[in-house]
Design a protein around this ligand. Structure first.
Ligand SMILES: [Zn+2]
Length: 147
């Protein structure tokens, strides 16, 4: 989420309080270090995620967090960074009624790619369920070329 003061950078959540109807989050800007509060109601994230096979499911923040956490295991990515990735996904879906699972996957991938290559490949390999070894290797090669 962008900072409301400097309109830049990423923010981290420093405190979360949940009540029955809304979630209050205290955020700190990583750029200017100022803090602000956001409120989120459950309806803000009532989004239908459509999958490739045509099935759909309710958007779940927890599911994203688990997936990212699994990819980040034993990498340089810490809990703060996992939250940043989750936040980036929520920024993408917020206000929408429907989103493709692949769009969420792309956000996660690009966020992981910026942070840790191993986590990125791990996530991408599960997410895209690479059809064959060749395309997986291509992906790895592409990463190496970018270094
Ligand atoms: Zn700021």
């Amino acid at each position: 989420m962008k900072c409301i003061y400097c309109d830049e950078g990423t923010t981290k959540v420093v405190d979360t309080r949940e009540s029955s109807d809304k979630i209050r989050r205290r955020r700190e800007c990583k750029n200017c270090r100022r803090r602000f509060t956001t409120y989120e109601t459950a309806e803000d994230l009532e989004i239908t995620v459509t999958k490739r096979e045509g099935e759909s499911e309710q958007f779940s923040e927890e599911k994203i967090r688990n997936g990212v956490g699994r990819a980040a295991k034993k990498t340089s990515i810490d809990e703060d960074q996992i939250e940043e990735v989750v936040e980036a996904v929520k920024d993408e879906v917020r206000g929408k009624k429907q989103i493709k699972a692949s769009e969420i996957g792309e956000v996660v991938k690009s966020e992981l790619k910026k942070r840790d290559k191993v986590a990125y490949i791990r996530f991408a390999s599960v997410y895209d369920s690479f059809e064959d070894v060749e395309s997986f290797e291509e992906e790895v090669k592409e990463l190496q070329n970018n270094n």
